[in-house]
Design a protein around this ligand. Structure first.
Ligand SMILES: *[C@@H]1O[C@H](CO)[C@@H](O)[C@H](O)[C@H]1NC(C)=O
Ligand SMILES: *[C@@H]1O[C@H](CO)[C@@H](O)[C@H](O)[C@H]1NC(C)=O
Ligand SMILES: *[C@@H]1O[C@H](CO)[C@@H](O)[C@H](O)[C@H]1NC(C)=O
Ligand SMILES: *[C@@H]1O[C@H](CO)[C@@H](O)[C@H](O)[C@H]1NC(C)=O
Ligand SMILES: *[C@@H]1O[C@H](CO)[C@@H](O)[C@H](O)[C@H]1NC(C)=O
Length: 380
């Protein structure tokens, strides 16, 4: 019996060595071992390695993808684990990432672990997991409430990264300034964690960044004006934090920005006139900040605006009648401010406007809207 088992074992070992006769079917031994190590550390099903001796060919494993990458061997290029992958096996409650997990997977381009670490404080990212021998492009660890501790600064050694998404985990501590060295990064999503401290100035090194999402954390301090250097930015969401101070003038340099969501912070006004440079802006969401200013008239020069959210911003004075020239506007929320004067009739001619909330202000006078317009507003 023991002899038969040994024989079986040696056959599967043989099959896994590069010297296997079927060229292109074999995996380097070190990679096979690293893959086995990762999956045994994560998954509840411990029989994986025995049942699937050839994870890249005859006995494929859900969520694992391989490719020859123009070599003579098969290499692991992608590992995706989680309920978002069809027939993906469940993670065990004591799941963890082995410290050198990625060291021997030099061809791995994409690692995604979704809803894997669920027990509070049960896992963390060991700093040694990220090395410059990695060619990782997508690192997506989302919805892992058990994943806590700090984001290791060694993440900055992943020089091929284009997508870093660490949303809905339990990360604490500060955003490592070294993250600014990821010059190829296009998407950075650190939303829904417990990250504290200030947003590091060094973020200005992310010269390819299109999407920045730090929403729902505990960040404080001022918005660094160095963000204005990120000329590829299309979306900034830093809502639901404790940011203070003013919006920097330099934000007006963000020529491609389509979404700016700074709602639910402690940001004060006035908003800088330089924001009139945001010619591509579609969403201006600032609700629930103590702006304590009049409604900025430069907003009417941002012709692509579709949604303006300025509820509960301690705004005073009149609603500029020039808002009637924002022909793409679908939603305008100015409720819970101290606006006075009359409601400009020009708003009634906005062709797309479907939501208008002016409640809880000190507006007076007659509202001269057409029956057709009022009907449209009543639709939803
Ligand atoms: C990786 O880092 C080590 C030590 O920090 C360094 O010696 C090596 O040159 C680096 N390799 C690459 C490819 O950057
Ligand atoms: C803000 O706009 C003013 C006037 O247009 C300009 O002189 C200034 O350089 C701008 N500031 C920044 C930081 O972009
Ligand atoms: C907001 O800032 C003011 C000072 O400008 C401070 O007194 C207040 O505590 C801050 N509020 C929050 C929620 O951080
Ligand atoms: C609006 O309020 C300001 C004070 O905040 C006051 O000076 C002004 O006269 C008011 N305007 C109208 C039309 O009530
Ligand atoms: C308008 O704003 C008020 C006060 O903030 C809020 O109670 C109400 O639900 C809002 N109405 C719509 C249609 O959003």
């Amino acid at each position: 019996m023991a002899a038969a088992l040994l024989l079986l074992l040696s056959i599967s070992l043989l099959a896994a060595t590069p010297s296997s006769s079927a060229a292109g079917d074999a995996m380097p031994v070190a990679e096979h071992r690293a893959l086995t190590d990762i999956l045994t550390s994560l998954l509840a099903d411990q029989s994986w390695a025995e049942l699937h001796p050839l994870p890249c060919s005859e006995t494929p494993w859900p969520g694992v993808q391989c490719d020859t990458v123009n070599t003579d061997f098969l290499h692991v290029v992608s590992i995706h684990i989680g309920p978002d992958v069809i027939s993906s096996p469940p993670c065990k409650s004591s799941a963890f990432l082995p410290p050198a997990a990625l060291l021997h997977l030099p061809f791995l381009k994409s690692l995604s672990l979704f809803s894997c670490f669920l027990i509070p404080n049960s896992a963390s990212l060991p700093p040694s997991i990220f090395t410059n021998s990695s060619s990782l492009q997508h690192l997506v660890l989302n919805s892992n409430p058990g994943l806590s501790g700090e984001i290791p600064s060694s993440v900055s050694t992943l020089q091929s990264l284009t997508v870093l998404s660490l949303s809905q985990n339990g990360f604490r501590g500060e955003i490592p300034p070294e993250i600014g060295r990821l010059t190829g990064l296009q998407q950075l999503d650190l939303s829904y964690n417990h990250l504290a401290g200030v947003i590091p100035e060094e973020i200005s090194g992310l010269s390819s960044l299109a999407i920045l999402d730090f929403s729902s954390n505990e960040l404080e301090g001022n918005l660094p004006s160095s963000i204005g250097k990120l000329q590829s930015l299309q979306k900034i969401d830093i809502s639901f934090n404790s940011l203070a101070g003013r919006v920097p003038h330099a934000f007006g340099e963000l020529k491609r920005l389509a979404l700016l969501d700074l709602s639910h912070n402690n940001i004060t006004g006035p908003l800088p006139e330089n924001l009139s440079g945001l010619k591509e802006l579609e969403y201006l969401i600032m609700e629930n900040n103590p702006l304590k200013t009049s409604v900025p008239s430069f907003v009417s020069s941002l012709k692509k605006l579709t949604v303006i959210g300025l509820s509960r911003c301690e705004l005073f004075g009149p609603i500029p009648s020039s808002f009637g020239s924002l022909i793409s506007l679908t939603a305008l929320s100015l409720d819970r401010n101290r606006l006075n004067g009359s409601v400009p009739a020009s708003l009634g001619s906005l062709p797309e406007l479907g939501q208008l909330n002016l409640s809880q202000n000190q507006l007076a006078g007659e509202i001269l809207f057409s029956v057709e317009f009022v009907k449209r507003l009543g639709r939803d």
